[in-house]
Design a protein around this ligand. Structure first.
Ligand code: PGA
Length: 300
């Protein structure tokens, strides 16, 4: 059997997503490039890996077997990398870290301060939403994750390290800016621009309103905090975002925070990894550094 590790990576992504398009997007490849890699594996093993029924693709028996092996091989490679990092120690280690889109407003400061103390450490950073982070945890393909409340359904080690308040933002000339203790009912009459489904921010907002027995109906979806802030400034509606995203806009008086009853929605940040995971020296050192120094570094 003549198969490369690259081909196994492609196979794993197609099988997990059950979609050539999604796998191509995830791997930053074109769809024909993905199809070609799958075809080459199929030629090598002389069996089909996927079958198409209607618009959906399904794994064949051979596909299921190869999916299992491709996951296991990738896992082994990742473990080998961890062992090698172990041998190198903290001095020359590499830290693979995945963070929530919203954490991107503070995590680089912590990484920079850590790098000051460990000049030769290198980082690989993936910034994605909550859904993407859960995938990383499921695949166990990153050293640590920085995210909102981790799911109960996974066996994880999670340490809470900072508050994450979500606030209602408005353009500075909005009529509600001068009001205090605005009721939730009043908010329901406004148009909202919210983060995409699958983001932790969105889940928290939906939970908050459903706990009040209400639902925000008129809303636009945007997949980044930056896009939301721009849209709110432009007068497209109100937004609900983390305080961490607002440093510049508040300093320059470009957005206002509304005084709404029961707000802020209080979330927290956690540093998370899979239970039983063997942390490399650099990962353990970074985790300790973050827990000890974040408050001081960010002036919290
Ligand atoms: P998000 O994550 O960037 O996916 O919204 C932040 C959070 O979980 O609060």
């Amino acid at each position: 059997m003549q198969i490369t590790i690259r081909q196994l990576v492609v196979l794993e992504a197609v099988a997990r997503n059950l979609s050539f398009t999604k796998a191509a997007a995830e791997l930053h490849l074109t769809q024909p490039a993905v199809s070609m890699q799958i075809k080459q594996i199929e030629e090598s093993i002389e069996l089909a890996l996927f079958e198409q029924v209607g618009k959906k693709i399904y794994l064949t028996e051979a596909g299921k077997e190869m999916y299992g092996y491709s996951r296991a091989i990738q896992q082994q490679l990742y473990e080998a990398e961890t062992v090698i990092e172990d041998l190198k120690g903290v001095k020359h280690g590499k830290l693979t870290i995945a963070i929530a889109s919203t954490a991107n407003y503070f995590a680089p400061k912590i990484l920079a301060a850590f790098k000051d103390q460990h000049q030769n450490v290198t980082f690989s950073l993936d910034v994605t939403n909550r859904k993407g982070l859960l995938k990383h945890l499921d695949n166990n393909d990153t050293d640590i994750v920085i995210m909102g409340k981790p799911p109960q359904s996974m066996d994880l080690v999670a340490e809470r390290f900072m508050e994450n308040p979500l606030l209602v933002i408005a353009p500075i000339d909005h009529p509600l800016v001068t009001k205090s203790q605005i009721s939730i009912q009043t908010l329901l009459q406004e148009t909202f621009i919210l983060r995409e489904e699958g983001s932790g921010t969105r889940i928290a907002i939906e939970r908050f309103f459903s706990e009040q027995g209400m639902k925000l109906t008129t809303s636009l979806n945007m997949s980044s905090n930056e896009a939301i802030k721009q849209a709110v400034q432009a007068g497209l509606g109100l937004g609900i975002v983390s305080l961490h995203t607002l440093e510049m806009e508040l300093a320059l008086n470009r957005l206002a925070i509304l005084d709404v009853e029961s707000f802020p929605i209080l979330r927290h940040w956690y540093i998370v990894y899979r239970s039983g995971k063997r942390l490399s020296p650099v990962t353990a050192a970074f985790t300790e550094f973050l827990l000890k120094n974040t408050a001081q570094l960010l002036g919290q």
